[in-house]
Design a protein around this ligand. Structure first.
Ligand SMILES: Cc1ncc(COP(=O)(O)O)c(C=O)c1O
Length: 358
């Protein structure tokens, strides 16, 4: 009988709750307003010839590199950050190597690392989900070949200072250090410029969040030119589709759209956090487009009560140290106000059953 390799057989199926997502979608950290009109117009202008051809990545890569202030040899476009993670794991991990992550964090690091047969070293976050630098440094060994850090982190929204990430990269020169900046636009701090000096440092970015293009599947992996040439060997020459490549330059040019959306999210994030405080719900100050909140054992009723009001939020109670936690995406300012109105009603209704401190 045909059997999968041992590493893949030991993986658990990861199935995000994508079904039945009608309503205000505050469950996947997507943009709640969609992409810019200029991007949509470019998309509508595509003809059948554009779809008949195999996509050519390099010219768009050069534009993206220019936008980031990098050389084209430092940039690879990927099928979302997910593929960037996959490529790094395939390139650097042999069976029985070690990959370090700080938990709770984004699920795909462990999935792709374990698929290569690597051992996961999970370092728990410190108090209040702060970055456990000393613990992480103490877990680096001669077998460490990958360290992945989401900054800001998902699902906590917390961020770590860039100089600490540089310290990690220096402490593990034989490991690939991935700084996943999927939520960079909402935070504004980056280690991107350090990739020119640190050959083992990689930065990933996505167009799924601030640019509102999650459905197109497009992301960036940036790093040292020699390392990027190696990573590119495992990528399909056609990994990014023609539609994504056609609209990406327009998305980059329409920075006004991105800046407007990001400032709405940042304003909404402040107001939402104040409201959560006023409602007595424990939450963690976020640098991303979502806020993690602890509602306690009645998290299912809380999520269901919001769903009844047409709002989808994400159950995170199974993440390490996240019991009773739910993640709320921050969308446009109007959508955040809609969320707040429903939050007030739900907290009033479930007050006795929620962990509320006022
Ligand atoms: C930290 C982090 N990295 C990567 C991704 C996935 O990005 P993409 O849509 O580009 O694959 C997500 C999506 O939620 C995320 O939270």
């Amino acid at each position: 009988m045909l059997e999968a390799c041992a590493a893949v057989k030991s993986l658990r199926t990861y199935r995000p709750p994508l079904a039945g997502r009608q309503g205000l979608r505050l469950d996947f950290n997507e943009s709640t307003t969609g992409c810019s009109r200029r991007v949509l117009a470019r998309l509508h202008s595509l003809d059948s010839e554009a779809l008949a051809r195999y996509p050519e990545r390099e010219p768009v890569e050069a534009e993206v590199a220019g936008f980031l202030g990098l050389d084209a040899s430092q940039v690879l476009l990927t099928n979302g950050v997910d593929e960037a993670i996959h490529l790094l794991c395939s390139t650097y991990l042999d069976p029985d190597d070690e990959a370090i992550i700080v938990v709770p964090t984004f699920a795909m690091y462990a999935i792709y690392a374990q698929a290569e047969g690597a051992h996961m070293v999970q370092v728990p976050s410190s108090e209040n989900f702060t970055f456990p630098l000393d613990d992480l440094l103490s877990r680096i060994s001669s077998r460490t070949r990958l360290i992945a850090v989401a900054n800001p982190n998902n699902p906590t929204g917390t961020a770590v200072a860039c100089d600490i990430l540089v310290q990690v990269a220096r402490a593990a020169p034989d490991a690939a250090i991935l700084v996943d900046e999927a939520y960079f636009e909402f935070h504004g701090e980056t280690v991107l410029h350090h990739t020119s000096r640190l050959a083992n440092l990689f930065v990933a970015r996505t167009f799924s969040k601030a640019y509102g293009l999650a459905g197109l599947r497009i992301g960036i992996l940036a790093g040292d030119p020699a390392q990027m040439a190696i990573v590119s060997r495992v990528a399909s020459p056609y990994n990014v589709n023609a539609v994504a490549l056609a609209v990406l330059p327009e998305a980059l040019r329409d920075q006004e759209y991105v800046e407007d959306y990001v400032s709405e999210v940042q304003r909404g994030r402040e107001v939402l956090q104040q409201e959560l405080g006023a409602l007595g719900l424990r939450h963690w100050t976020s640098r991303a487009n979502f806020v993690l909140v602890r509602v306690g054992p009645a998290y299912t009723e809380f999520i269901q009560a919001l769903r009844t009001r047409g709002i989808l939020v994400r159950d995170r109670h199974t993440d390490p140290a996240c019991d009773g936690c739910v993640r709320l995406t921050v969308g446009s300012f109007e959508h955040t106000q809609t969320l707040i109105v429903s939050l007030r009603e739900v907290v009033r209704k479930l007050r006795e059953r929620l962990e509320v401190n006022v």
